[in-house]
Ligand binder design. Structure first.
Ligand code: UDP
Length: 319
């Protein structure tokens, strides 16, 4: 049986990946320091003999007994609010944590996939963003702690690939959403859903003309699985190219939630907030035969059921 280590396994993406690898018949070892992760996301896996969990901070030496075939490094605070609150931990998990896991991959002769981000493109001057674009990042701005940690993650991963001939994969993840996002993680989608459900103002930052492109989590997990199993070691963008302004997105959430009290309120735009973001997924299409399947209308409905339960404590009302 193939054994996979998933770091950040109690987080949003990590827990969905754990589910996928369990469904594919793997033995899954989840690791998380629970800084932003929540055991609730993986408690359904604890009864399985094919699942183990280590409460551990990967910025410290990582020990896993026995064989490992694959490592997926998904541990990191990932929302702007989280990494502003935890700048040092964010830098450490991207830098020291990645170094530890590359060392573990080398010791175990395992293939490693590391989670990078569209943030490596910063406030982009090329649109949509192709993998060949080097980005426009402010290293000393508030987002620098995340952006530069992830840029270092890519650089050290390439160094292990080139110098130690390690099998490495790098995914650049664009905005992704779905069940198990933390309600209070400060990102646009959880904020808008919880505000709309409570009948409060949806806090649109700036004039809301900045754009993002939202990918449903199941599509992303499929792309990550295909990338891990591919033989391609250069970075690959994964995301949904369907781009929308944040103001239009807030309006879409208000319509979907249908609470007449919900309305938009404008707040100042955070420093260095990227003005546009849309993945060019030509590389993923060509190399992985992948593209998103779930339209936003459908993905948002599934996500609404989750937020209803989290925010209002109501059971999911599937029809
Ligand atoms: N945003 C917003 N209201 C919020 C949270 C976020 O208008 O309550 C905006 C934010 O300024 C950014 C976009 O929505 O332009 C997406 O922000 P998010 O924090 O979700 O992730 P990012 O893509 O910036 O990493």
């Amino acid at each position: 049986m193939k054994r996979v280590l998933i770091t950040g396994a109690a987080g949003f993406l990590g827990s969905h990946l754990a589910d996928r690898f369990i469904a594919e018949g793997f033995h899954v070892i989840g690791m998380d320091n629970l800084l932003t992760g929540n055991l609730k996301n993986i408690e359904h896996l604890f009864s399985l003999a094919r699942f183990e969990f280590y409460h551990h901070d990967v910025s410290k030496f990582v020990h896993v007994p026995g064989q490992l075939h694959y490592i997926l490094h998904f541990a990191s605070p990932a929302s702007p609010i989280d990494y502003l609150k935890m700048p040092i931990q964010t830098l450490k998990v991207g830098a020291l944590g990645t170094h530890n896991l590359l060392g573990l991959a080398k010791a175990k002769n395992a293939r490693i996939l590391v989670a990078s981000t569209s943030e490596v493109y910063g406030d982009p001057q090329v649109h949509p963003q192709t993998e060949d674009y080097w980005g426009n990042v402010n290293p000393v701005g508030p987002r620098g702690v995340y952006d530069e940690a992830k840029r270092f993650l890519e650089a050290i991963t390439m160094a292990y690939h080139n110098y130690h001939k390690l099998e490495t994969r790098i995914v650049r993840i664009f905005n992704t959403y779905g069940p198990r996002m933390r309600v209070d993680d400060g990102r646009a989608l959880p904020a808008f859903f919880s505000q709309a459900l409570r009948g409060e103002g949806l806090t649109v930052f700036g004039d809301g003309s900045q754009t993002r492109s939202f990918c449903y989590v199941d599509d992303l997990v499929e792309g990550i699985f295909r990338l891990l199993m591919s033989d391609y070691h250069l970075p690959v963008n994964l995301g949904n190219p369907d781009e929308i302004t944040i103001k239009e997105f807030a309006e879409e959430v208000i319509r979907l939630v249908g609470n007449p009290k919900a309305h938009i309120v404008y707040k100042p735009l955070p420093i260095d907030d990227p003005k546009v973001r849309q993945p060019d997924i030509s590389r993923a299409r060509e190399i992985l035969g992948w593209e998103p399947q779930v339209p936003r209308s459908e993905g948002l409905k599934c996500t609404l059921a989750y937020f209803k339960e989290e925010v209002l404590g109501l059971g999911s009302q599937k029809n």
